[in-house]
Design a protein around this ligand. Sequence first.
Ligand SMILES: Cc1cc2nc3c(=O)[nH]c(=O)nc-3n(C[C@H](O)[C@H](O)[C@H](O)COP(=O)(O)OP(=O)(O)OC[C@H]3O[C@@H](n4cnc5c(N)ncnc54)[C@H](O)[C@@H]3O)c2cc1C
Length: 296
Amino acid sequence: MDIYDTICKRIEGFMKRDELLKEHTYIRIGGPADILVIPENVEDLRWLVAFLKKKKVRCFVMGNGTNLIFSDKGFRGVVIKTNKCFNEIRVAENKIFAGSGVDLMNLILKSAESGLSCLEPLAGIPGTVGGAIWMNAGAFEKEIKDCIEEVHYIDRNGEDKEEKMGFSYRESAFKKGDIIIGANFIFQRRERPVIVKEIEEIKRKREEKQPLDFPSAGSVFKNPDNKFAGEIIERFGMKTMRVGDAEVSSKHGNFIINRGNATSCDVRRLIQKIRDKIRKEEGIEFELEVEFVDEK
Ligand SMILES: Cc1cc2nc3c(=O)[nH]c(=O)nc-3n(C[C@H](O)[C@H](O)[C@H](O)COP(=O)(O)OP(=O)(O)OC[C@H]3O[C@@H](n4cnc5c(N)ncnc54)[C@H](O)[C@@H]3O)c2cc1C
C-alpha cells in the first residue's frame, strides 16, 4: 500500500493526487502537488504530520495560500491545507480563542459583533489566522501580535505548546517549522457601531489602493526602513512592467498581479528586474514578503 492509500484509509477530508496548487493559491500559480490533503479535524492532522515524519516524506502546511507562490513544477511531497480543521472561535469576556484555520476576516467580524476591538486595521487581509500569525501580518500600523495573548502550537517534536513568542516586522518564531493550532486574542471593549465603521473604512481604503480585482499574493516586498517599497517602485516608473502575464500593478507598485497565465518563473524574473534596478539606483536590497515554495 502506498502513502496515498494509507492516508485515505486513515483520515477524513479532501485528498487528491496531482492536485494543481494554482487552484489553492490566491495568485493562481503552482503546478501539481504529489498529494494535497485537507484534513477535517486536528487529530487527523496530528496523525498525518507524525506519519509523514516517520516515512520521511516532505510536507508543507498552508492556510488560504494568499502569500504563497508555488513552483510551476508543483511540490514533491504532501501539501496540507488547514482551513477545514482548527475552525473553532470561542468568545469569553474580552478574549477570543480562534483556531488557525479561521478566516482572519471572520475573526474580525466576530470580535466586532461582540463589541471587542483590536484587529480592525487588519480587515480585508484575505488569509487565515494561522497564516497571519506565521508572518505577523499587519496593516495601518497594527500587527497581529499586538492583539495576541498566547499562541497554541505543535512544535517540531510533536509537543503541544502555548506561548507568545518572537514577533517582529513580518516575522515570527513559528517560521522554524511549528504548526500553529490557534491563539488567544485580547481586546478592548468599544461600541459595536464604532468598530463596524472602522472596519468599513479600512476595507474602503484597501479597495482604493490595492488591485483587488486581480489575483496577487499581496505586497511582494517588505518595506525598507521608514520607506514604502511601493512608492520607490513607482518613482522608478516600474508600474505596468511585465514579464509574461505577471505585471506590476498600475494601482500599487508593490503588487504583482496575474493577468491570466502568469507562471512562478514570470514572477521571479519580474522581481529580479525590480530588485536589480532598485539596488543599482537606490542602493537598497529589497527583501521578499511573498513566499516562494520550491518543487523539492
Ligand atoms: C490582496 C491581498 C492583500 C494582502 N494584504 C496584506 C496586508 O495588508 N498585510 C499583510 O501582512 N499581509 C497581506 N497579505 C498577505 C497574506 O494575505 C497574509 O500574509 C496572510 O496572513 C497569509 O495567510 P494565509 O492563510 O493565506 O497563509 P498562506 O499563504 O497559506 O501561508 C503563508 C505561510 O504561513 C504558513 N502557515 C499557514 N498556516 C499555518 C499554520 N497553521 N501553522 C504553521 N504555518 C502556517 C505557511 O506554511 C506559509 O509559510 C495580502 C494578500 C493579498 C492577496
